[in-house]
Design a binder for this molecule. Structure first.
Ligand SMILES: *Cc1c(COP(=O)(O)O)cnc(C)c1O
Length: 378
């Protein structure tokens, strides 16, 4: 059997262990220390826009703390892009709030600004103004932030950007994760950089960052004994894990470059195959890190299905995956309101994510190309 080609596997830069060893040498084996502070500074410098970053145990934890700070509580409504990973929507339920799912538009596969406006209008008419909007930059593709931010500002609703997949992506030159009141990042094992598991909340005021750290460390009041006036969480990142993050930050630019190179490879590979579209930036306002490269297979035009292609890859031990199944089609969110048409559903039915790792080699690309060319009879 050929060795496995993964969709997206961890890719260490080399200095991660150095930072971990320093933590051991100085006995900073705790959820605080020089690596935690250093990783936050690295991220703040990378993101610009006066970003204030708190590193946490997971991107999901970051979303939870963002929602709490937007005042989301029991019985509230939160608008959320339907086409995403469940981690975008679950924290809404943690707060006892109801998600309101909105469909994507076909260019970026992210929340449709027109659909967003219509949804806010209808929810207000029904008697409740949504407390927050969760917009996702899917597979690294920036959402249409101009339209989204102007609608959110008009209705005075906080925006939380789920940039878990989009570290290094930009919209009109500005880093994804820095547009909304909050942005979340993930360093899970499959993301563009990883700390094995971890996340961050991007804030814009010292007050929001301090409150995030406070909530993530069990909400201890300033007293010599243990005193609490708020419900707290154990969501802070460990200093060992942050050491991996510092090493990964040294190679982030080259990881973005390598992922973008994989996208270029797929554009070239599919350019003469009618009925297959490679997911690409609509114009130069959008700069995607291309965390995952993805295609849409038109079964009428190609005479083939996405699922048949996935199986052909699998036979050669190559991993590929259907796109995220939209939240409004998930059994767990069966009775949740959904606004939109069939855009995300159609993408889900015909879309496939392809191996996109920054550590793929020429021989891996050759194997992928052979499967594709044989499959489509090229
Ligand atoms: C990975 C991911 C998350 C969750 O991040 P974790 O660090 O795994 O908790 C949230 N949203 C999206 C879109 C993701 O891809």
């Amino acid at each position: 059997m050929n060795n496995k080609i993964w969709l997206s596997s961890p890719h260490m830069g080399g200095n991660e262990q150095k930072y971990i060893n320093e933590a051991f040498a100085e006995n900073w084996v705790a959820p605080l220390g020089p690596n935690v502070n250093g990783f936050e500074e690295d991220l703040e410098k990378f993101l610009g826009e006066d970003a204030k970053v708190a590193v946490l145990s997971a991107g999901t934890a970051a979303l939870h703390l963002a929602l709490i700070q937007c005042g989301v509580g029991h019985g509230d409504e939160v608008i959320c892009q339907s086409m995403t990973f469940s981690a975008s929507a679950n924290p809404i339920a943690y707060c006892g709030a109801t998600p309101i799912f909105v469909d994507s538009e076909p260019e970026t596969w992210n929340i449709c600004p027109a659909g967003l406006r219509q949804t806010i209008g209808e929810r207000i008419q029904k008697g409740k103004k949504p407390k927050a909007i969760i917009v996702v930059h899917l597979y690294g593709m920036p959402a249409k932030m101009d339209g989204i931010m102007s609608i959110a500002n008009e209705f005075e609703i906080d925006v939380i950007e789920d940039a878990a997949e989009a570290l290094g992506s930009k919209y009109k030159g500005q880093m994804c994760g820095t547009f909304g009141r909050f942005g979340i990042l993930s360093f899970n094992g499959n993301k563009i950089i990883t700390t094995s598991g971890g996340g961050a909340l991007v804030c814009h005021t010292q007050e929001d960052k301090d409150q995030t750290v406070f909530l993530s460390t069990q909400a201890r009041d300033n007293a010599p004994h243990y005193q609490h006036s708020h419900i707290g969480f154990n969501y802070r990142m460990s200093n060992i894990v942050a050491g991996i993050g510092r090493g990964q930050m040294e190679v982030l630019d080259s990881r973005v470059e390598a992922r973008r190179h994989m996208h270029d490879f797929y554009v070239e590979l599919f350019k003469d195959i009618d009925g297959v579209t490679v997911f690409s930036e609509p114009n130069t306002d959008f700069y995607s890190n291309h965390w995952l490269s993805a295609i849409v297979v038109n079964p009428q035009e190609t005479g083939k299905t996405r699922e048949e292609l996935r199986m052909a890859f699998l036979e050669d031990n190559i991993e590929s995956r259907p796109l995220w199944k939209p939240m409004h089609l998930q059994p767990v969110f069966e009775n949740v309101p959904f606004y939109g048409g069939g855009t995300s559903e159609k993408l889900f039915n015909n879309g496939l994510c392809l191996p996109s790792g920054s550590n793929l080699r020429d021989e891996d690309r050759a194997r992928i190309a052979k499967i594709v060319n044989d499959f489509f009879g090229k």
